[in-house]
Design a protein around this ligand. Sequence first.
Ligand SMILES: [Zn+2]
Length: 489
Amino acid sequence: MHVFACGLMTETNTFAPFPTGLADYIVRRPSDPIVNRQGSDYGNAIDVWYQECQKRGWSFSMGLFAFAQPAGITPRPVYEALRDEMLADLQAAMPVDIVLLSLHGSMIADGYDDCETDMVDRVRHIVGPQVLIGAEFDLHSDLTDQLMEQADAIVLYKEYPHTDIADRAVDLFNLMADAHAGKIKPTMACFDCRMLGMYLTPHQPMRRFVDEMTAREGHDGVLSLSLFHTFPWADVPSAGVKMLAITDNDPVLAQQVAEEFGRKFFSLRHALLFNSLPMNEALDKALANPNGPVVIADQADNAGGGAPSDSTFVLRELLRRGVEKTAVALLWDPIAVQVAIATGEGATLDVRLGGKMGPMSGDPLDLRVTVTKIVTEMVQTWPQGNNPPLVIPLGDSVALHCQGIDIVVNSRRSQVFGPTAFSNAGIDPTQKRLLIVKSTQHFYAGFEPIASEIIYMSAPGAIAPRFAEIPFARVDKRKFPWLDDPFAD
Ligand SMILES: [Zn+2]
């Protein structure tokens, strides 16, 4: 038995002010050690599959795995070079029995609206019709008919924040192993929910919906259920929420269950709208809470959604209000980092901070700051359920202090995944009144245990969560929120 695993993933924001280039991809090659890699990022599905093979005494080959922090469209030569290297690894590993792919589901390259469909097609072409192909996707993904034709099974993360990447990797592995043993025949069907939005799984009614999906799996021939949330800042025709059901060799049941859950999700569409407060309302609410730390998510400048992570709107307002005992992370400004490092720890300097990458970053701030900490090749950890935390590289970073506010400035773009984004820069987040984190939702699992309150904020910025205002040209808008009931006609 021979399993081959590989992956190429990023989430593409077609409105982002800069592309996703080759240097943005963290690449693992087959020659790299299999487990415990620094900067392992999202690649732990590959580690999980390796370990599952070890348990069974199966042979395992790894192909290229590459992940990039979300930004704009990947240039065609970059995508084709990484893809072709990955496919050459597969070719070299042949013959194989099962191919497992760790993909995102909303990667777009110049000339490729749907990279995942392209990759799965090419993998199928190499391995032929008999070999099983299973893919694990991020839930911020789109589903195409062609993907369903060429893959044997697709399993998505169910949780946002994505705390279940490893668990879903095990689910996919077990499905493929059972299918190879002839115990099951995975059969997929999907239902188009005709919606577009963003859905946070710790909160009701989303929590209940996810739990209902999980409870249904493994019963009456239903093998797996996944909700494609879509990624709402990708202007491609395939964008939109879809419900996927996998049954054991029963296409009619798969269609019925996909529709049942898809319609249930659609019926929740109004209750699922989350309340992201305008900037001043969010700050007023936070400052009214006498207990700290109040965590405010600057959702509109989340690097994880392709925003620059250098917007200055909130920091400017905090300074204007004279708010103290506050910390802000992560502001992406490699030039400011370089200047601060050259000046040295403990030094005071004038610096032009943020507001550099696009019109939605706001104007830069000219500030007198003190360098309180310099960290070479800083990392943050992403606590994910019970699994070992992922290690996210941030590049050389500094902590700057200005008028009662600590600002973590980094040189490798990333959203905030947990409190180590502060503590690794010498700032104790538990001692602050306010913590501003540039993230939509992945901060949540790490900060929930220490926060007195969590506030979602929709400040000005590149990806403010106001979906009906996104200037789509190619997305079919016969969907909620543009239509209240797109099923009516
Ligand atoms: Zn995601």
